[in-house]
Ligand binder design. Structure first.
Ligand code: BGC
Length: 734
């Protein structure tokens, strides 16, 4: 029998609004807590257990009566009006078809790194709202995103899904996306908790790190994302963290997340990340995709464990209560999914906007870009540019709403090798360039043989090489080189024609041995379903580039923390470990500490106009605040991204992003930007005392347009402070 959602909604609404007196319930979140407790009080043990484990979304769930085609399914409790959970991936668009007769097509957004390059939380919130809306219209009430892992390794196969290497940028953007999703009454799960920083042997890898450093880096990114986005769920990761598996990690789940941060939602496992029933007493609330695990740990085995007294009944109540509480808090009971038409055209506009704002111009020697209108003959080389743009692969891969796709099967010896394929979206940069430059002759070479490409390049005024690097969940790339001999193609083209430009479609930084011999370098990431247009708009100057790197681009592997990819070639099931010895000094912080000069620094990105900073005021006391004027001193409109970095704290040299703002400015226009640093970024985490400590003293701040451009500096005295581990900018918001 199907639950009657309408009457369920009415029932729950009654419980929340009437049965619980407002003063007793406190905040709306408090009301959801109390209402959930009452509902759980009416459940049998079997009903509670029903909520604690879920199926994959495929055939197995259809046998359980599920008609919504997605990634996961947890049956509801019709008697109490509790709906089933219909789960879909995720962060870059809706992956599952749901109930949509048109199948799995949805707005395919650019990669997370492209969104992060915009430095624009409002855009993240708008993207989240669209993804949430599409998920709901397809019959889903849970979105398995957004990803908030920090990029520690430039070869990690899932960095493209995430938001870069900085905890503030990642936390702010992930929080905005999650809030956007949940605003549509779709429950969002922040993932993968935590330190899932390499895909190689992700199901056995022990990610080792100093616990205090973890608080200041990856955990801080999640902490900020959770306090801003208030996700109904947290998805624990596949890997181990300092010994125990992430989904059975008492210290992280019960200790950090639930005790220190006071998190009231539920922890769901990643698909195939549970290894024992006793994870229930270590903080895991729900087993997902149970067919992928060795056993249904949270079904009959959990019931038995309760009956044997191994898992307290109170803990089962807590698990069920957290799940129901999040359903109520996000509104998936009052506002069930509504299969409905989707405004794909409108949504494509936002996908285009993110792609345009996320493209990063890295080099523009002699102003080769925007493309001169007098260029008569332009050669395009490689990257399937005559057909489309590349996407990242794995569970985040979206079928675009209004473009075809084509795939190349790749395979390989890794966990998901059988599923591995390069997916392309038919959004051709070459066609878009032809449309934008009707007076120019556009030639094409596939870039397979360097000599062919060079021969074509010789015949053109300008040559644009499209270079691609595919990334896929379940595997890292072994090194930072562009695959399939593309470096040789770029080198041959650059030798043949002095006016060479390289457009990269990559899921990570790549080495660029040819960087000095080309005039232009553009990082377009995986630009999503409108990517072809976005690239052409930026190359021709219809759009002024404004993206800034959310990850450092090192010169090569040798310059990184771990020159060799950890565990390269290990058997997929072998127990392996990675020592994240850089601790909290992730990315640009580590390069600064080691005085290494990367190819392009974090935060870097050029524009077709110029900006100047002036009048920096830094004030101290309890909080560190800065204000600065940013002016467009060039001759066309553009967006600046002033970034404030702490460069020393109470006498200790360091480098930390403490604030940023994206500002659109007309020529000659200026804007005063004011930022207040999150106090956790000023201090350090004292693991023994379990507090954040901010030392009193002089704090130096630099403001510029990248982590390496200290255009203007200032100082202030900050007073010493100690903050609880779960310090929250808005205590009442929990
Ligand atoms: C991925 C998750 C995803 C889940 C469900 C897992 O393999 O790691 O990110 O949400 O599958 O598709």
């Amino acid at each position: 029998m199907k639950p009657n959602l309408r009457s369920a909604a009415a029932f729950i609404a009654l419980v929340v609004s009437a049965a619980i007196p407002a003063h007793a319930a406190g905040s709306p979140a408090g009301a959801a807590d109390s209402a959930a407790r009452r509902l759980v009080g009416r459940m049998t043990l079997d009903e509670k257990i029903t909520l604690l484990h879920g199926s994959t979304g495929g055939r197995a769930s259809r046998a359980m009566g599920n008609e919504v085609n997605g990634a996961g399914f947890v049956p509801g409790i019709a008697r109490l009006g509790i709906p089933a959970l219909h789960e879909t991936d995720a962060t870059l668009g809706v992956v599952g078809a749901g109930l949509d007769p048109a199948g799995p097509k949805a707005t395919a957004f650019p990669s997370g790194l492209a969104l992060a390059s915009t430095f624009d939380p409002d855009l993240g919130a708008r993207m989240g709202a669209i993804v949430g809306q599409e998920a709901r219209a397809k019959g889903f009430n849970v979105l398995l995103g957004g990803g908030a892992n920090l990029a520690r390794d430039p070869r990690n196969g899932r960095n493209f899904e995430y938001l870069g290497e900085d905890p503030l940028l990642t936390g702010v953007l992930a929080g905005a996306e999650i809030a956007g999703v949940q605003g549509q009454h779709v429950l969002s799960t922040v993932k993968h908790f935590v330190l899932n920083a390499n895909e190689t042997n992700r199901k056995t890898l022990d990610a080792r790190i100093d616990p205090a450093a973890l608080r200041e880096s990856d955990l801080l990114a999640f902490q900020v994302a959770i306090e801003r986005g208030r996700p109904g769920s947290v998805m624990c990761a596949y890997n181990r963290v300092n010994g125990p598996y992430a989904c059975g990690n008492d210290a992280l789940l019960d200790g950090v997340l639930k005790r220190d941060w006071g998190y009231r939602g539920f922890v769901m496992s990643d698909w195939g990340a549970v290894h024992a029933t006793d994870y229930a007493v270590k903080g895991l609330d729900q087993q997902s995709g149970e067919q992928i695990d060795d056993k249904v740990w949270f079904g009959d085995l959990l019931r038995q464990a309760v009956q044997d007294g191994k898992v307290p009944q109170a803990r089962i109540d807590d698990m069920a209560q957290r799940i129901v509480r999040s359903m109520l808090a996000v509104g998936i009971v009052d506002h069930p999914p509504q299969p409905s038409a989707i405004d794909y055209k409108g949504h494509a506009g936002t996908a285009l906007e993110i792609a345009r704002k996320g493209i990063v111009l890295l080099k523009n020697e002699g102003g080769i870009l925007p493309l001169a209108t007098h260029a008569k003959r332009i050669a395009i080389v490689g990257g399937n540019a005559q057909f489309g743009v590349l996407t990242g692969g794995g569970s985040s891969q979206v079928t675009p709403s209004d473009h075809g796709t084509f795939d190349t099967w790749v395979g390989g010896q890794n966990e998901l090798g059988d599923l591995r394929k390069e997916g392309w979206i038919r959004s051709s940069p070459m066609d878009a360039l032809k449309a934008a430059l009707p007076g120019a002759e556009i030639l094409y070479d596939p870039g397979i043989y360097p000599s062919d490409a060079a021969a074509l390049a010789r015949r053109a005024d300008i040559v644009i090489v499209f270079a691609t690097q595919h990334q896929f969940e379940g595997a890292d790339v072994p090194d930072m080189t562009l695959p399939r001999g593309q470096d040789a193609v770029v080198a041959a083209v650059a030798k043949a024609n002095p006016n060479a430009i390289v457009v990269l479609e990559t899921g990570n930084p790549v080495a660029m041995p040819w960087a000095d011999s080309v005039k232009g370098i553009v990082e377009a990431w995986y630009p999503g379903q409108e990517g072809g247009q976005a690239i052409a708009h930026m190359l021709t100057g219809a759009v002024n580039p404004s993206g800034h790197l959310p990850m450092t681009f090192p010169v090569d592997d040798a310059q990184t923390v771990r020159p060799d990819l950890p565990n390269l070639g290990a058997d997929t099931h072998a127990d392996v470990a990675v020592d994240y010895s850089e601790g909290a000094e992730v990315g640009y912080r580590w390069y600064a500490a080691k005085a290494r000069k990367p190819l392009f620094p974090f935060g870097f990105g050029l524009s077709y106009t110029r900006f100047a900073m002036s009048d920096l005021k830094v004030s101290g006391g309890r909080d560190l605040a800065i204000s600065v004027t940013v002016r467009n001193v060039g001759d066309r409109a553009g967006a600046a991204v002033p970034q404030a970095y702490l460069s020393s704290a109470a006498g200790r040299p360091l480098l930390r992003l403490i604030g940023f703002r994206r500002v659109e400015l007309e020529p000659g226009q200026s804007s005063r930007v004011t930022l207040t640093a999150d106090p956790r970024l000023l201090g350090h985490f004292d693991a023994a005392a379990n507090v954040w400590k901010i030392d009193g003293g002089r704090y130096a701040v630099t403001v510029g347009q990248s982590s390496a451009s200290a255009e203007i500096t200032g100082q202030a005295t900050v007073t010493a402070r100690t903050l609880p581990a779960g310090w929250h900018p808005d205590e009442s918001a929990r």
